[in-house]
Ligand binder design. Structure first.
Ligand SMILES: [Zn+2]
Length: 315
C-alpha cells in the first residue's frame, strides 16, 4: 500500500519537454502506469498521472487536481451543464414559441434527460475508477457503459418521433425495436465476462451495431418522404450525415488510441484519444439536439399530417 504524502509540489510532464509543478492535496499522489493496479491498466500509452488506491472522499477531492483524468471528468461535467441549460432553455423559450404539444415536451425531456444521465455516468466513472476497491471501480465501469446506451437512446427517441411524425405505425415499430435493443445491451452487461478485456471487441461491436441500426430508419424515412430530391430530406439529411460522421470519428479515436499511440507519454494530461472521444460525444449530442429543434418546429407548424408525404404511405 503506498504511503500518504503531505501536500507538495509534484512535477508533471505536459507536452514533450515541459515540466509543470502542480499542488497535490494530502493523501493523493499520482502514479505511473507500472505502479497502478492491474484493473486500471487500460492504455499503456498514457504513462503517468494516474490516481489510484483512493477512498471515495479523496476520489471526489481529486476533481480539483490535475491528473490524466481531469479533462475526461470536466469535459462531461461541462457537457452535463450544457444539456441541463439547453433543457431549461427549450422548456421555457423554444417549445412555448413553437406552439409545442404536450408530446413535444415529453420527447424533448426524454432526449435531454438521457444525454444528462450519459454525461453524469461518465463523470462518475472517471472520478471513481481510481477507487481502492476493485469492485467499486468495476461498478462504475458498468455504469459508464450503461450511460452510453442511455445516450444513444436519447438520440433515437426524438429522432424517430419526428422522422415518423405522421406515421404512427412505423414510429412505434422503430421506438419499440430501439428500446428492445437497449434493454438487450443492459442484460448483456450482467454477464460476468462482459467487462473483461477479452470481451472488449464484442463490447465495441455491440455499441457499433446499436448506433449503426439507425441507418435503417433513416433510409426508410428518406424513402417514405419522397427520396433525396424531397425538400424535407435535403434540409435534414446533411445534419444526420454530419452527426454520423462525428460519431464515427469519435469511435475511431476511442478504439485506436490515436494520437497517444504515436506519442507515448507525451499526451498523458492533454490531447489523448479518450479526451477527443469525450469532446466528440458532447458534439454529437449537441448537433443532434440542434437538428431536432427545427424538426420539431417543422412538424408542429404543419400539424395536419394529411399534407405530409408520409400520410398516404402509412399502414
Ligand atoms: Zn470516458
Amino acid at each position: 500500500m503506498p504511503h500518504k504524502i503531505l501536500k507538495s509540489a509534484h512535477y508533471i510532464e505536459l507536452g514533450s519537454y515541459q515540466y509543470w509543478p502542480v499542488l497535490v492535496p494530502r493523501g493523493i499522489r499520482l502514479y505511473t502506469y507500472e505502479q497502478i493496479p492491474l484493473f486500471l491498466r487500460e492504455n499503456p500509452y498514457i504513462t503517468d498521472g494516474y490516481r489510484a488506491y483512493l477512498p471515495s472522499r479523496l476520489c471526489i477531492k481529486s476533481l480539483f487536481i490535475l491528473s490524466n483524468e481531469t479533462v475526461n471528468i470536466w469535459s462531461h461535467l461541462l457537457g452535463f451543464f450544457l444539456f441541463f441549460s439547453l433543457g431549461l432553455y427549450d422548456m421555457t423559450t423554444v417549445l412555448p414559441a413553437s406552439g409545442a404539444s404536450r408530446e413535444d415536451y415529453v420527447i424533448y425531456s426524454i432526449g435531454l434527460f438521457c444525454f444528462q444521465v450519459c454525461m453524469l455516468c461518465s463523470v462518475g466513472y472517471h472520478l471513481f475508477s481510481c477507487h481502492r476497491s476493485e469492485k467499486t471501480s468495476r461498478r462504475w465501469v458498468a455504469l459508464d457503459y450503461t450511460g452510453i446506451s442511455i445516450g444513444i437512446l436519447g438520440c433515437y427517441v426524438p429522432g424517430v418521433f419526428y422522422a415518423f411524425y405522421c406515421n404512427n405505425y412505423w414510429r412505434q415499430v422503430y421506438l419499440i425495436t430501439v428500446l428492445a435493443m437497449i434493454l438487450a445491451v443492459f442484460f448483456a452487461q450482467i454477464h460476468p465476462n462482459y467487462l473483461t478485456k477479452q470481451w472488449r471487441r464484442l463490447r465495441s461491436a455491440i455499441f457499433c451495431s446499436v448506433a449503426a441500426y439507425g441507418v435503417i430508419p433513416t433510409i426508410h424515412w428518406v424513402w417514405l418522404s419522397g427520396g433525396f430530391g424531397a425538400e424535407l430530406i435535403q434540409a435534414f439529411i446533411p445534419r444526420v450525415l454530419m452527426v454520423y460522421l462525428i460519431a464515427a470519428a469519435a469511435f475511431v479515436f476511442y478504439i485506436s488510441k490515436v494520437p497517444e499511440r504515436y506519442f507515448p507519454g507525451q499526451l498523458n494530461y492533454l490531447g489523448s484519444s479518450h479526451q477527443l472521444w469525450h469532446v466528440l460525444v458532447v458534439l454529437v449530442f449537441y448537433c443532434w439536439h440542434q437538428s431536432i429543434v427545427p424538426a420539431q418546429t417543422t412538424c408542429s407548424s404543419s400539424k395536419d399530417c394529411r399534407a405530409s408525404p408520409l400520410w398516404d404511405l402509412r399502414l
